[in-house]
Design a protein around this ligand. Structure first.
Ligand code: GRF
Length: 199
């Protein structure tokens, strides 16, 4: 199965996918890494031939940027497209073109804390548990059907940084488990419902 990854930053989730493939734990191939940040460290995790980036500031509007991104992604013919720390909002046309094949990993227990600064907000809200979710991407931000979640405790003395690190440690195995389901053909979106059968 062919996986394309969208990433804006560090790329530790991308690295977890690369490592799982190399270890024979995920029967898939990374066919491209796409970024809205030409300097993103994530890009450096794959060979140059697999890198694509463009600076959104060079495009007139969101649709113009999304159109070139969509074309570049389509060229690699991915079965699945994964947003892993992709920090730019995707427009409706982009999402519609990949509906049911576009996944995101988000650092909160959705539907709690959609959007940014999830760890600081979880602390401010006095949550006792926090975590990460993998979900299908739909036009409403971080609101698509949730496929899987991983939970961590919030500990006394946590700050956003310590909590983020605890969440990140469970993001990686959560992502691999979800991608294993996806590449095995056992994952499907049916409206707001996720079908994950147990073959
Ligand atoms: C992760 O916490 C991911 O859930 C969030 O942004 C962070 C990206 O980390 N959307 P990395 O770039 O994969 O290291």
């Amino acid at each position: 199965r062919r996986i394309a990854v969208l990433a804006s930053g560090r790329g530790s989730n991308l690295q977890a996918v690369l490592d799982a493939i190399a270890a024979g734990q995920l029967d898939a191939e990374i066919v491209g890494v796409f970024s809205d940040k030409p300097g993103a460290p994530a890009l450096q995790r794959v060979p140059a031939a697999l890198r694509w980036s463009a600076d959104a500031r060079d495009y007139a509007d969101r649709d113009a940027f999304d159109a070139v991104l969509a074309a570049a992604v389509a060229e690699r013919q991915p079965d699945w497209v994964l947003c892993a720390g992709y920090m730019r909002i995707l427009g409706e046309a982009f999402i519609a073109g990949l509906r049911g094949r576009l996944l995101n990993i988000h650092p909160s227990l959705l539907p709690r804390f959609r959007g940014l600064r999830t760890h600081a907000r979880a602390l401010a809200a006095g949550e006792r548990e926090h975590g990460a979710s993998v979900h299908f991407v739909t036009p409403e931000l971080d609101a698509g059907a949730v496929i899987a979640q991983a939970v961590v405790p919030v500990l006394a003395g946590d700050d956003a940084e310590s909590l983020a690190a605890r969440v990140l440690a469970v993001e990686h195995p959560l992502l691999i488990a979800t991608l294993r389901l996806a590449v095995s053909g056992r994952l499907a979106e049916r409206g707001a419902t996720v079908m994950a059968d147990g073959h």
